[in-house]
Write a protein that binds this ligand. Structure first.
Ligand SMILES: Cc1ncc(COP(=O)(O)O)c(C=O)c1O
Length: 399
């Protein structure tokens, strides 16, 4: 989004995305005209129902699924809860209560796993390497006859690490044909091609607000061959009994439209975002030298830049005026939390994690913001570096 007036430059599109104007228009139409309850059989209800089914098709088409395999829910977190808790309940009858995941998953997965452990499930948290990747061989070795589910994300929200999902699934299938694979693809949809048949996953999570749809909507893909999961919510049996509660039609329409746009523009946006990522990296490299850091583009999607200061301070530093001609624009958001979580695994030195910030772009971001984002960042880093060096501290070294 182009900064206007005092608005800071936004480089946190993994955190959330604004609603696409086309999505807004589709939602406005629903708000003003098709406000019926989709369970009603009269005209207004039928219009709302039709809109939901269109959205279901649009979501399914983005990932190569069948519309009937999609269930709308309130967000990405709910879809993960439904997938993992549903499988845990299903596996109980068969005595299969072992889950496999990895240490740098989003908390929406890790916290569900902890909850499952409190309810008697066993969870294996696989370590990741310095690139944030799981070793598929280690994963295969962790599968036991009690394993019901492997849950591995596609692209990491903090590091951009792209897990080798295809290879992971191949190894899972080799070890057992009774293990279900869930993939949290919230961060890769709209940025990379995601096809449930090519990846061969059984369940997949979509989160609307990472995809230029509104917050508070998500969808769970469940392959038709996976048995029905016990629902989290019981009630009037909406979504074919898979998720009770009157559908959030407006947001569902928004998610459907966002998926349609993501599919339509994927090739063009993917190419453009890669170019911008590389351009931003080059600009940071010029200003920050070896402190600018781009993980292997084949293994990761995002860009990280290290500074000599903790990210919290860098954020404060960025509030100070940027160099002329713009004294108002400020790059924002640095999120060290997930990187910190990798430390017990010795993936990265703690200084690097404390001092690393993530930068996430959206299509056309740099084209609109010109060189100001990296310029503002250099300025803040250098101002803070002076103070840091005065205190005779050394700069963190990258691995
Ligand atoms: C990778 C990943 N999974 C799941 C979620 C949770 O999605 P939601 O905020 O829609 O519940 C997020 C959101 O930050 C995420 O980045």
């Amino acid at each position: 989004m182009a900064p206007s007036g005092k608005a800071p430059i936004y480089l946190d599109y993994n955190g959330t995305t604004p609603i696409d104007p086309e999505v807004c228009r589709a939602m406005s139409l629903m708000m003003s005209q098709h406000w019926g309850n989709p369970s009603s059989s009269h005209y207004y209800g039928v219009q709302a129902k039709k809109a939901i089914e269109t959205a279901r098709r649009q979501c399914a088409e983005l990932i190569g699924a069948e519309p009937g395999e999609m269930t709308f829910m309130s967000n990405g977190t709910e879809t993960i809860n439904q997938a993992l808790k549903g499988l845990a309940e299903m596996g109980e009858a068969e005595g299969r209560r072992h889950f496999i995941t990895q240490a740098s998953e989003h908390v929406a997965v890790l916290e569900v796993c902890k909850a499952l452990e409190r309810h008697g499930c066993e969870v294996t948290y696989l370590p990741v390497d310095a690139e944030g990747l799981v070793n598929p061989q280690t994963l295969e070795a962790a599968i036991t006859p009690r394993t019901i589910c492997v849950s591995i994300m596609h692209s990491n929200n903090e590091t951009g690490a792209l897990q080798p999902i295809k290879e992971i699934v191949q190894r899972v299938r080799k070890a057992s044909n009774r293990v279900y694979v869930h993939c949290d693809a919230s961060q890769s949809l709209g940025k990379l091609p995601v096809d449930v048949n090519k990846l061969d996953v059984d369940l997949l999570t979509m989160a609307g607000h990472k995809l230029y749809a509104p917050k508070g909507v998500g969808a769970l893909y469940k392959r038709s061959t996976v048995p029905a999961l016990p629902p989290l919510l019981h009630g009037a049996g909406q979504e074919s009994g898979r998720r009770a509660s009157t559908e959030n039609v407006i947001h569902i329409v928004g998610l459907g439209k966002a998926c349609e746009i993501a599919r339509r523009d994927l090739e063009k946006n993917q190419k453009h975002m890669q170019e911008m990522r590389d351009r931003l990296y080059q600009q940071l490299l010029q200003g920050l030298g070896s402190k600018a850091w781009r993980p292997d583009p084949g293994k990761s999607w995002s860009l990280r830049a290290t500074s000599c200061v903790r990210t919290g301070r860098l954020r404060r530093g960025c509030r100070t005026p940027c160099p002329p001609p713009s004294s108002r624009w400020k790059p924002t958001h640095f999120c060290p939390r997930q990187l910190m979580r990798l430390q017990p695994l010795r993936a990265l030195p703690v200084t690097v994690m404390r001092c690393t910030c993530r930068m996430c772009l959206r299509p056309w971001e740099l084209a609109k913001n010109g060189p100001w984002a990296p310029a503002a960042l250099h300025w803040a880093v250098k101002a803070l570096a002076k103070r840091w060096i005065k205190r005779r501290r050394s700069w963190p070294r990258l691995p």
